[in-house]
Design a protein. Sequence first.
Length: 283
Amino acid sequence: MKRSVRYLQLAGVQLAAIAVTVLVCVFTATGQHADQAAMVATTASSNPVLRAAQHISANYILIVAAVTMLVSIIAAILRRRFAEAAAASVVFVGASVVTQVLKNEVIARPDLASGWGAYGNSLPSGHATIAIAAACAALFAAPHRMKLVLAPVLVVWAAVAGMGVIAAGWHRPSDVVTASLVVGFWCTIAALIVTVARHRRGQAAAVLSGAQRRLRGLAPVLIIGAAFAAVALSASYAAGSERTLATAVLTVATIISTVLGALAVSSGTPSARNVSRTFARSA
């Protein structure tokens, strides 16, 4: 069960990063001010990439997320990859529910930054959660040979959606970063659930390909990388920095690391096909 313990440790890292982000960006004056200033600057930017991201986010996040989830789950079920379909559902539903609970029931944003707190709490971002969770869930549901094909597209989509809701003025950068961390946490939990379930069913010895093992080895690096980017953003806010470019880079880095982390942990979980092949060899 060493891998299960490692997943729990990585989940703990993600929770710690969420806590740091919330504490600095919501409950300190410097954090609130820098976060709001970054959103205002991004909203006012004439950068064509940001304007395109704003248009995409404003019009297509819910549609793309719904289609991505439906196609992914149905395809996994038709291929009798029920564990993968369940893991994808855990990622999407778990992240979406926790985001709404945190935003609406748990976190109350105080007014610490010259009236900007009056805008109310918007952390984590529900739209960013849906977009990033759909991308990560699709990677869990996809067969291994398709994961590497889909990953670049899903990474770009998640990053565009995340920056788009900031450019639209819907959310502050910390809202998107926290949403990404919440999704990453549920990706780790989904991988843990599948690993424990297959261990109890005597399927822990399933053979992984060389590519799967390499991707699994990258999982801690990517997950910790997302947490590090979020903490770095919080540290820059705490220091009073209002560098918009640095904020954008760290926000996108968190999203990219989260989606690639989902690729890594889902690739490191043996599929039902790998399990059946292992049993056939040992029979």
